[in-house]
Write a protein that binds this ligand. Structure first.
Ligand SMILES: Cc1cc2nc3c(=O)[nH]c(=O)nc-3n(C[C@H](O)[C@H](O)[C@H](O)COP(=O)(O)OP(=O)(O)OC[C@H]3O[C@@H](n4cnc5c(N)ncnc54)[C@H](O)[C@@H]3O)c2cc1C
Length: 396
């Protein structure tokens, strides 16, 4: 391995990427008593005040992801006034039929909690700052070299970091993944998600709404107070048309398309656009490398599961590292394969389900329309199946 201007060694692990998945992984690894270097620019974090506008990046966290954040002792640090529980979810097909999920009926405290990315990043970054065993390096990953006992990564500030295992948490375009020679297959959906926050005239009562229709998939997620967050996954041509509307016209269009369930909507802040794609990697692990979060998988946001999957990776990685035999070093390929095997089913299932739904509801033909509406009505009528689906989604 070549010499670098400044060399940092003695780490058990290095986490590349300080987004939510990377921050959670570094925190959990340090809590296991391992030494970790957390590498990458700071994620967008903010200290909210009650009056501050809501972050445009909103996540619906499933109970399993909240469970991980509780085990990491991060969840209680979230500003309570910025977290909204989802008690009920109403899903509509384009024939007016409805499928509804209820936390109470499924014996769950809540279906999900709606949180802001900036607040989640703030809480995790603060916890990382206080936790012994974490060294924070704010440069970017540039190069990878691997030896028999470990790996060295070189950063763009000429620092080199030696560790026995490198975790790739550097997002969908992961440079670490590319440097490790792990292939990523990316397929665009020809859709763009428009994301924006609104105030609503009628109280949302903790209900999340979703419409599957020929204009794509539209979700309204409740935020604290009379705020809601929109995620409209629209076919490209429609997305372009919607983006050209002025704020009042856009709000009117969303109000109309969501059948005024929450009364008149007023746009608060900007409309953000995310081109949608699915990314499938050919393996989650390689010599001295493990991928987590969007570096490991990108799925369509219609089920709001991308970060939930990423936090599922973190949970499993911590379980594998925490239960390893004493003689194994954290980068042992046997351990990494345990991690990859344990995650394969959840990742494949989520990618398959979201991909099929995105295509079924993106298709504008009579057969697809009949099939999707029949599916919604059928599931809604079978209560045990519905409750089983909710509990399955909650624990993944
Ligand atoms: C419209 C939309 C709505 C969504 N809604 C939900 C939802 O409701 N629920 C849900 O669970 N998921 C949702 N998702 C998915 C979610 O946004 C992602 O899964 C999640 O943000 C991925 O987090 P991450 O930490 O893996 O990656 P990222 O957030 O992409 O973080 C990667 C980090 O790596 C850093 N980095 C990049 N390159 C380097 C480098 N060379 N060196 C060092 N660091 C580097 C970046 O600076 C960044 O901090 C949604 C996605 C979209 C598009």
């Amino acid at each position: 391995m070549s010499a670098a201007a400044s060399q940092r060694s003695g780490f058990d692990l290095a986490v590349v990427g300080a987004g939510v998945a990377g921050l959670a992984a570094a925190l959990g690894i340090a809590q296991l008593g391992l030494k970790v270097a957390l590498i990458g620019p700071d994620a967008r974090a903010f200290a909210p005040t009650e009056a501050a506008p809501f972050d445009a990046r909103i996540y619906a966290l499933a109970p399993a992801a909240i469970g991980l954040l509780e085990r990491l002792k991060a969840w209680p640090q979230m500003t309570a006034a910025r977290v909204q529980s989802v008690a009920r979810m109403r899903v509509f097909g384009d024939a007016g039929n409805e499928l509804s999920f209820d936390a109470y009926q499924a014996a769950l405290e809540r279906l999900a909690a709606i949180v802001e990315e900036g607040e989640l990043a703030r809480v995790l970054a603060t916890a990382c700052g206080y936790t012994p065993g974490i060294t924070r390096l704010r440069a970017s990953f540039a190069r990878l070299q691997r030896g028999v006992d470990g790996a060295r990564i070189e950063l763009d500030d000429a620092t080199a970091v030696d560790a026995r295992l490198i975790i790739g948490a550097d997002g969908a375009r992961s440079a670490l993944r590319a440097a490790a020679g792990i292939n990523a297959d990316e397929t665009p959906y020809g859709q763009t998600a428009l994301v924006a926050n609104f105030t609503c005239a009628r109280p949302h009562q903790g209900v999340a709404f979703q419409w599957f229709c020929d204009e794509g998939v539209i979700a309204l997620l409740p935020l604290p107070g009379d705020f809601i967050s929109l995620v409209w996954s629209a076919p490209q041509a429609l997305a372009t048309e919607l983006q050209a509307l002025d704020p009042a016209a856009f709000a009117h269009r969303v109000t109309e398309r969501t059948q005024s369930v929450l009364g008149d909507l007023q746009l608060r802040g900007d409309v953000h656009a995310f081109p949608l794609r699915v990314i499938r990697v050919d393996r989650l692990v390689d010599d001295r490398i493990a991928l987590i979060g969007d570096a490991a998988h990108v799925v369509h946001p219609l089920a709001g599961q991308g970060l939930n999957l990423g936090l599922g990776d973190v949970s499993e990685l911590l379980r594998v590292l925490g239960s390893r035999e004493e003689y194994r070093d954290p980068g042992d390929l046997v351990l990494l394969r345990r991690y990859a095997r344990a995650r394969a089913e959840s990742i494949d299932l989520m990618r398959f389900t979201t991909d099929r739904l995105a295509r079924l509801f993106g298709a504008d033909n009579a057969f697809a329309r009949t099939l999707r509406n029949a599916g919604l009505s059928l599931v809604d009528r079978i209560t045990p199946l519905k409750n089983a689906l909710i509990r399955h989604a909650a624990t993944r």
